[in-house]
Design a protein around this ligand. Sequence first.
Ligand SMILES: [Zn+2]
Ligand SMILES: [Zn+2]
Ligand SMILES: [Zn+2]
Length: 702
Amino acid sequence: MASELEPEVQAIDRSLLECSAEETAGKWLQATDLTREVYQHLAHYVPKIYCRGPNPYPQKEDMLAQHLLLGPMEWYLCGEDPAFGFPKLEQANKPSHLCGRVFKVGEPTYSCRDCAVDPTCVLCMECFLGSIHRDHRYRMTTSGGGGFCDCGDTEAWKEGPYCQKHELNTSEIEEEEDPLVHLSEDVIARTYNIFAIMFRYAVEILTWEKESELPADLEMVEKSDTYYCMLFNDEVHTYEQVIYTLQKAVNCTQKEAIGFATTVDRDGRRSVRYGDFQHCEQAKSVIVRNTSRQTKPLKVQVMHSSIVAHQNFGLKLLSWLGSIIGYSDGLRRILCQVGLQEGPDGENSSLVDRLMLNDSKLWKGARSVYHQLFMSSLLMDLKYKKLFAVRFAKNYERLQSDYVTDDHDREFSIADLSVQIFTVPSLARMLITEENLMTIIIKTFMDHLRHRDAQGRFQFERYTALQAFKFRRVQSLILDLKYVLISKPTEWSDDLRQKFLEGFDAFLELLKCMQGMDPITRQVGQHIEMEPEWEAAFTLQMKLTHVISMMQDWCALDEKVLIEAYKKCLAVLMQCHGGFTDGEQPITLSICGHSVETIRYCVSQEKVSIHLPVSRLLAGLHVLLSKSEVAYKFPELLPLSELSPPMLIEHPLRCLVLCAQVHAGMWRRNGFSLVNQIYYYHNVKCRREMFDKDIVMLQVSL
Ligand SMILES: [Zn+2]
Ligand SMILES: [Zn+2]
Ligand SMILES: [Zn+2]
């Protein structure tokens, strides 16, 4: 019996074990064309180690990969036995004062209510226990995976940025010190060589799209007819659908099918059949046929076993790089350099760019491996964090668009790294001034909400399922905008002013599309037959409420900005009102000896909208202006002559009249949709930027 339980061990080819890591590394050290030498080695051995049958044998594969592939690289890098080489590197290292521990799913994280700059700043348990925050008002949560410990980041904490462990190194820190000075010239040169080759190899193979052909320099002489039928994860099909389909397509038991489906869900892909091309192709067509009836079919590919083998090793390699750079900040710096170096094709050709731009095409497992590597390398190096942030911002529009059309959850998207970058105050400020980030975020958001009515306002009614899906996903961009605005500037440069106001312009364009959206008319005679859609518009309003308040907070900090913002807002409001009198002349009303001009409008007969964000923003800015002394000191700077109280109050007034009429029971036939809207208009979640501001506007105009 025993021999049958151990086919795995027996199957190891003896010749593989005889190969020596030291000798291979020795050959590489002599090589004139190192890239070619290493690629030949990989082309020969990788398919001998990985993907030898229907099921993976992780232990055997790991053992052989270490022995035949990673071992030689470690020998080459150290120039000696890595068992001695790595400890030496570790000793020479002056470790970073950043913790940067990447959280696993379910791991506890701690934040301090007193000292954290924003709620996204967290500590790992070890750092928390050694910090001053354990005696403060702290908050404990469990991580959903991803994200890292912010211990040592002086921008994340108002007080006590270091725990005891990470404080030790702070006395000698010079921010600008180059971590490479702790490494010898030889080690630097060799690390650079091997990192460049291996990183390029991993990126190339992971983003490889052909199904039966390898990159030329990895192609084998004799190719076996062994293929995998690879099933990919999507968020459209249910577990049950996948299990049922698999039982039909590959003739497996229910238990096996459950196993496949679980792995697909966790790793993003799993081979469900191994054999010759025909055999796999057959399974593929059954799966596609069975799942294409209602929705788009499940994604299945028939891939040559050697491609899958190289991809598996590519992932192994990225994790290996992540652990190797843990030995020394110098090695980490070299990896960052290699990753961000532009390739021969110019813009967007660096390895890091290539990975990001292919993110939505990669399967879940591959994404999380390289995201983790980014977090433990680029985001841990003060110099490269900045450069990476710039790359991220330059690709922002494309990354977000990929995310919106992709169907995976946000945590599996590179777009999710925005929280790590935009919440760093200095980076956010730099990206606003140098990359015009505010404007980019808002424009990208608007680009995805193209469905407008004749007046150019958002129209959420009659949304198709796909549009509704996109709308849900695109909301994460508002969160990004919030991150960017979290920390307010202490001083303003002319650049910052200019770029903020540009962003403010874009923001006004967005609000303009909301001004007057979802208008309603009083229903008379019969009750309405269909409740009109109202939730999408309110969702948008609620998500934006915080941002609208933050915009005002920013404006309040600088007089020049406030004045400009006020003028811009007023101009946009006038555009919105263009023609709102419908050619009617204002009439004059006399009450108690006062006479006012106003416009005749019958709320109970004509269209009214609850959504007036432009009017309300102006009301908010007006309050800020009156608090400052600008109006007294430099009245000539303000467009006071353009202010027309009847025009300013017209829409807020209509809205208040609507509320009064609804409360008086005049709008019963409009159903619950309207009742809900009126409810939210007054509700704490919205009133600050809705009801309250309408009242303010009436007061201002009086
Ligand atoms: Zn930590
Ligand atoms: Zn710490
Ligand atoms: Zn604290």
